[in-house]
Write a protein that binds this ligand. Structure first.
Ligand code: AMP
Length: 183
């Protein structure tokens, strides 16, 4: 019987990109939907036997931070204070990414994380065009039509706009908060 070829070292890695958001309770905790999407990848997609074949790309998009405005009161006045504020804001995003990077390292999965600023749904589409993952994974709060009239869902927008295959992982119903907009 012919033996199957082992996977060549030259085989390109399968790039799985995941977009992760912060908890509604604030940084550095991840949102429920992002955390569950990430856990789903580790449990069902990147199995221990084949983890060397994957690379996980972890993107967080930081929006204008209202907490930052409060900080402005205490550091008010010079341009360098604004610089300081930007660093502070950015470090929140980095702290979020770090929690995912650590889990990848513990699981020995190759990964890369980065933080961008702007409108999450636009930036996720832009970055996925740039990085060209084999698959984009998103969490979802599972908002209904009525709720989406008030809040534009990130996952449904990106699903329509990106070119690559998209996997959307809905939250476990038992973990949905009292206000489903929260995450
Ligand atoms: P939705 O419930 O449809 O708005 O989708 C929520 C999911 O969109 C999250 O689990 C993330 O995958 C993604 N997402 C939302 N906001 C961001 C963000 N600021 N940065 C990165 N991904 C985000």
């Amino acid at each position: 019987m012919k033996e199957m070829d082992p996977i060549s070292v030259d085989t390109p890695l399968t790039k799985v990109m995941i977009a992760v958001s912060q908890s509604s309770k604030g940084y550095p905790n991840p949102s429920i939907s992002s955390r569950q999407a990430f856990e789903w990848i580790l449990k069902n997609l990147i199995k221990p036997c084949c983890k060397k074949q994957y690379k996980l790309l972890i993107l967080h998009v930081q929006v204008h931070d209202e907490d930052g405005l409060e900080e402005l009161d205490s550091v008010y006045a010079s341009p360098s204070d604004f610089q300081h504020l930007r660093h502070k804001e950015r470090s929140k995003g980095l702290a979020l990414i770090k929690t995912f990077i650590k889990q990848c390292h513990d699981a020995e999965i190759e990964c890369e994380g980065w933080v961008k600023r702007g409108d999450p749904k636009q930036i996720i589409c832009q970055e996925s065009r740039k990085r060209q993952p084999d698959i984009l994974v998103l969490g979802s709060r599972g908002l209904g039509t009525l709720q989406r009239m008030f809040v534009a869902g990130v996952s449904s927008f990106c699903t329509k706009k990106v070119d690559c295959p998209v996997l959307v992982i809905k939250r476990d119903p038992k973990d949905v908060p009292d206000d489903p907009m929260d995450d």
